[in-house]
Write a protein that binds this ligand. Structure first.
Ligand SMILES: [Fe+2]
Length: 192
């Protein structure tokens, strides 16, 4: 059976309550549902097992665990500043930050696919457009605001040197804190 709305809500169960606005929360689910449909995902069980990257050994960390860790990390970065500085030099939109964390890798549902032999591989679509690009398109298609499109489009190397909303910066840093450590671990450069 194709992936249902309730499947997405269950895969994002711990992350969705971090978005306060119900309409925005619904659009986050809309974007994942569209990604699951367009990516041709046939079962929520298979989607649940998807690794978050093909670029390094993920040590079993799934896409959904990565997404939640990045969202929590990005919120923590925002809180570290807003709770410490007497005057914040810029405003943080907490819903944009939470939704951006949840959505930053939504394009990976188009970028990664499972071959019939069970191997996780980059799809043809993923070769044509990396997940920040395909994810930004998905977000725009479901009517998410342009500010969130900026988070998704610019959270990785595509955003280098580009103007960003502050939430993009926090999502980027939280994302690379999860990614760089694993890459270093695989290269024996993470001292333990
Ligand atoms: Fe990510």
């Amino acid at each position: 059976m194709a992936v249902q709305r309730s499947d997405i809500e269950s895969l994002l169960a711990e992350g969705l309550p971090l978005v306060q606005d119900a309409a925005l929360r619904a659009k986050v689910v809309d974007a994942f549902l569209l990604a699951a449909q367009e990516g041709g995902w046939q079962s929520a069980g298979e989607l649940r097992e998807m690794p978050f990257t093909l670029l390094t050994d993920t040590h079993g960390i799934t896409f959904w665990e990565h997404t939640l860790a990045v969202t929590r990390g990005a919120i923590a970065l925002g809180k570290a500043q807003s709770e410490t500085y007497p005057r914040m030099p810029y405003r943080i939109d907490w819903d944009r930050l939470a939704a951006g964390g949840l959505l930053h890798d939504v394009g990976k549902l188009l970028e990664i696919e499972r071959r019939s032999d069970g191997a996780w591989v980059k799809s043809r679509r993923g070769q044509l457009a990396r997940h920040p690009i395909s994810g930004a398109i998905l977000c725009a298609r479901v009517g998410l605001p342009d500010d969130l499109v900026n988070v998704v489009a610019c959270h990785a190397k595509e955003g280098e040197g580009a103007p960003k909303v502050v939430e993009t910066v926090f999502v980027h840093q939280a994302d690379f804190a999860t990614f760089d450590t694993l890459v270093m671990l695989s290269k024996n450069q993470l001292i333990q």
